[in-house]
Design a protein around this ligand. Structure first.
Ligand code: CU
Length: 421
């Protein structure tokens, strides 16, 4: 492909994005290093036409033994599989089948703009929302497969398929000539992480405070209570009390839920990579009380579930706020990992996943008076205890609607007689 055509394609791909200011450091001519190899670096020429951070593999050319050697450099944290055409031929795939077709340009996540990037497939977890732009720039006489498949758990169902058809181009057969796309394997977490870490806030998105007032680390474990399988957070499995939290807090009904201070960390020696030695847990209904208008960091820590070699994806969703996703990491979180938090352009969202055996760091400002659920958005997991409750500035909440006071102790207090709050 010619450079002009490559630039043209790039222009097309990035058309939805607003103008960006791109600063590229002047790099001197490539020079030999002490081991007599050519220094591997990009020149302005290599980066021409690319927005940074880039979404495409970059090709670097280096003169070596009078030959021009090209190396493909992949972003930090990404991976690439390079297959020779002969491998595709052996699989019976023609060149026509290998050319990519429509791409989705991701522009928004959970109601906030993100830096646009193009993908052929994307992960959407329960509770998340995205906007993508699709350009109808392919052969209009063809029909195209759209495919949906299960992520994170071994699918028990076939992929869902539908057909993309260009208007005003009647076809005798609706079935596309190419086979349906092959979905990434359900447990290809490298693929999932590659997509997730591409999501960065667009310039102009609110930025996080640079420091925090409080950090709450939440260990996600699968446990037993009375022989039943449950999920627990810092070894407490959430059960919602019969009295609604908001009324209980607003009217200071002290015995409506567990009143003791909740754990903000988990044992230093907890091994997140293996099943727990003690798999029992207990129920809890307490609330993390947050000082109004303070900044709170939440570290979501994943762990091994009850079965060996099992750790799953959980999409955590916060009510009443957006949070910044400051980073993802493997294994157990440690204080030093904070040095790598993204404070420059973290996505501003209300749902974020924890990957198997990994952690996710979030920051939010407790500036919305009320009592708020923060929970795994896989519905059965919430009802098995995978959630916590935050509350802040409840004294600032005005009148609580009757409908929110009809149960439990508030029901007895306000709805039993004629008295009204
Ligand atoms: Cu879950």
């Amino acid at each position: 492909m010619s450079k002009a055509r490559a630039n043209e394609l790039h222009e097309e791909l990035y058309r939805p994005s607003p103008p960006e200011v791109m600063v590229i450091q002047q790099s001197p001519k490539r020079k030999m290093d002490a081991r007599n190899t050519w220094e591997i670096t990009f020149t302005e020429q290599d980066l021409e036409g690319l927005s940074l951070p880039h979404n495409d593999a970059l090709v670097l050319s280096i003169p070596f033994q009078r030959k021009l050697v090209r190396r493909v450099l992949v972003d930090q944290g990404s991976s690439a599989e390079i297959l020779f055409y002969s491998a595709f031929k052996a699989l019976g795939l023609s060149k026509d089948q290998l050319t990519s077709n429509h791409k989705m340009v991701v522009v928004e996540a959970d109601g906030n703009y993100v830096q646009p990037f193009a993908v052929e497939d994307m992960d959407i977890y329960s509770g998340e929302s995205y906007s993508v732009l699709l350009t109808t720039d392919q052969d209009p006489s063809q029909n195209y497969w759209v495919s949906i498949s299960v992520r994170g758990r071994k699918p028990q169902t076939p992929q869902g398929l539908t057909i993309l058809h260009y208007l005003h181009h009647p076809k005798t057969s609706l079935i596309p000539t190419r086979p349906p796309p092959v979905a990434p394997l359900w447990n290809n977490y490298t693929h999932s992480k590659l997509f997730t870490t591409k999501i960065l806030a667009l310039m102009g998105t609110p930025q996080p405070p640079t420091t925090t007032h409080r950090r709450i680390a939440l260990l996600n474990t699968q446990n037993y209570i009375d022989g039943y399988t449950k999920w627990a957070i810092n070894n407490l499995s959430l059960v919602l009390p019969s009295t609604p939290y908001l009324g209980a807090l607003k009217y200071s009904i002290n015995n409506a839920f567990d009143g003791e201070k909740l754990p903000e960390n988990f044992p230093m020696d907890y091994d997140v990579m293996n099943p727990a030695t003690n798999q029992n847990s207990s129920y809890g209904s307490g609330v993390y009380m947050l000082d109004f208008n303070t900044t709170v960091d939440v570290i979501l820590q994943n762990a091994n579930a009850l079965a060996e070699n099992t750790s799953e994806i959980h999409p955590w969703h916060l009510h009443g706020h957006d949070f910044w996703v400051l980073g993802y990491g493997e294994g157990r979180f440690s204080d030093q990992k904070e040095n790598n938090f993204n404070l420059r352009n973290p996505p501003f969202r209300n749902t974020a996943v924890i990957f198997p055996y990994g952690w996710t760091a979030l920051r939010f400002v407790a500036d919305n008076p009320g009592a708020w659920a923060f929970h795994c958005h896989i519905e059965p997991h919430l009802h098995m205890g995978m959630g916590v409750v935050f509350a802040e500035g409840v004294h600032l909440v005005g009148k609580v609607p009757h409908e929110a006071l009809t149960c439990g102790l508030t029901g007895k207090m306000f709805m039993g007689g004629n008295s009204k709050p």
